[in-house]
Ligand binder design. Sequence first.
Ligand SMILES: Cc1cc2nc3c(=O)[nH]c(=O)nc-3n(C[C@H](O)[C@H](O)[C@H](O)COP(=O)(O)O)c2cc1C
Length: 175
Amino acid sequence: MVNILVIYSTTDGHTRKICLRLKQVIEQHGHQVKLVSINETPDVDLQLFDKIVIGASIRYGKHRPQVYEFIERNQELLETRPNAFFSVNIVARKPEKNRPETNPYVIKFLKKIAWKPGELAVFAGKIDYPKYSFWERNIIRFIMWMTKGPTGPESVVEYTDWAEVEVFGRRVSEM
Ligand SMILES: Cc1cc2nc3c(=O)[nH]c(=O)nc-3n(C[C@H](O)[C@H](O)[C@H](O)COP(=O)(O)O)c2cc1C
């Protein structure tokens, strides 16, 4: 049994939901998982964990600055143990952009950091118009209109492939 730290960067909670599924899968493999928000990481002793996973969603084309800051601050420690990263974004709903090698945000992310995650994944996120502010809803509806996604203002669509999340959970358990 090993201790695994899963860190999430989320705005609307979907990345956390993916992390909760990962936690279930990893625990079924007999390991222990602690889930923390990236904002809580200054209070966590990273040394206590055998493996570290970071999951972060995209907002307006970017992973949050805290994700880069955390990686820069802790790269040396990350490299001393098995580690993984996954991105959550809506572009990954497209089959031609749903792998780390083909998803533009993962490609850009890897170019920007010196850390090379041991395991990588990308998951399609969720559209939840009723949850967004007026401006966010209309900006995202416009982007969806341009990219042939849902535009109905009441639409709530979860694009995440949960079977893929489970496969990643097994990879993390075994890495
Ligand atoms: C304001 C806003 C901006 C977004 N910008 C992007 C974007 O630029 N590219 C993309 O692929 N997805 C974008 N998304 C989709 C999110 O990545 C997706 O909804 C994801 O599930 C959010 O995860 P979270 O709830 O963990 O933050 C955006 C969503 C919102 C609400």
